[in-house]
Write a protein that binds this ligand. Structure first.
Ligand code: A3P
Length: 288
């Protein structure tokens, strides 16, 4: 099957051509955030879908009805994708919005913004492996080639949505500009889902009682989300995401990079990491 129209460039960053247009990207960069909005920000493959599910379950106080009846892109649309204005027009109540945009593209729209911003980061090696596998099944992304080829492009930032390093540094380095900024890692959510749900619910000022928390924890688990067609992307036509080539809910683990990286590749990423993250105080967990 031939790949879809995979590349559009906007201000130096590549985006999948079938989901993003100049108009949709301008809509995102000019967006008027409201105080009641919650914005999920991630580099791809860092736990975006997981956080969408967490927010849905926290705001519904553990009731899975919405999570099991509305696709994630309809309840937490990507700001930069072409269908977002329509979804937002139809929504009522506080909005959950998702974005993969790098900080510099959204900085003007977010100036003086009181919206809540949640940034989820994941260790770069697991992101790279997850992204590589996703490229193989997502026909809206270019053919990744071999893993060494993909890794080379990934480290250069020559992939869709740009460099992981720029994304993480851009957003976390400007956290102080936001009145309501919450940072969490995929690894923390993995180690302590219940504690993470509690932290998110505290940030949203939507405290859950024990039974509500039990329900939210159950429905945000990997096994539960894997079976939920509203988040596992099986609703998407095969021409766009081909589940015969892999699964969106693939492994859901910390440290899977060890099954893919050679020692040399791991050392190379460490070198780039230490040079590009030299000014960052973030700490990542690389292993379970
Ligand atoms: P893997 O490919 O390593 O399995 P995103 O939503 O940002 O595209 O991220 C997708 C990654 O998050 C995939 O990683 C997916 O399996 C993982 N994921 C999604 N929900 C999860 C959950 N409940 N628990 C653990 N990992 C989850």
């Amino acid at each position: 099957m031939s790949r879809l129209d995979v590349t559009e460039s906007f201000q130096g960053i590549k985006f999948p051509g079938h989901m993003h247009t100049e108009e949709s990207l301008n809509f995102a960069t000019d967006f008027k955030f409201e105080e009641t909005d919650t914005l999920i920000v991630t580099y791809p493959k860092s736990g975006t879908t997981w956080m969408q599910e967490i927010l849905t379950l926290v705001l519904s106080k553990g009731d899975p009805t919405i999570a099991q009846s509305q696709p994630n892109w309809a309840r937490a649309p990507w700001l930069e994708q072409y269908y977002c204005p329509e979804v937002l027009k139809a929504s009522s109540g506080p909005r959950i919005i998702t974005t993969h945009l790098p900080y510099h593209l959204l900085a003007p729209a977010l100036q003086h913004c009181k919206a809540k911003v949640i940034y989820v980061a994941r260790n770069v090696k697991d992101v790279c492996v997850s992204y590589y596998h996703f490229h193989k099944m997502a026909n809206f992304l270019p053919d990744p080639g071999t893993f060494p080829e993909f890794l080379k492009n990934f480290l250069k930032g020559d992939v869709h949505y740009g460099s992981w390093f720029d994304h993480v540094n851009g957003w976390t380095g400007h956290a102080k500009n936001f009145q309501n900024f919450f940072y969490i890692t995929y690894e923390e959510m993995f180690q302590d889902l219940r504690g993470s749900l509690q932290k998110v619910s505290h940030f949203l000022q939507c405290t859950l009682c024990k039974e509500e928390l039990n329900l939210a924890e159950k429905h945000c688990s990997f096994n539960s989300m894997k079976e939920n067609a509203m988040v596992n992307y099986t609703l998407i036509p095969k021409e766009i995401i081909d589940h015969s080539k892999g699964k969106f809910m693939r492994k859901g683990k910390v440290g899977d990079w060890k099954n893919m990286f050679t020692e040399e590749q791991s050392g190379l990423v460490d070198e780039v990491y230490f040079s590009q993250m030299a000014d960052s105080s973030l700490l990542f967990q690389w292993d379970q």
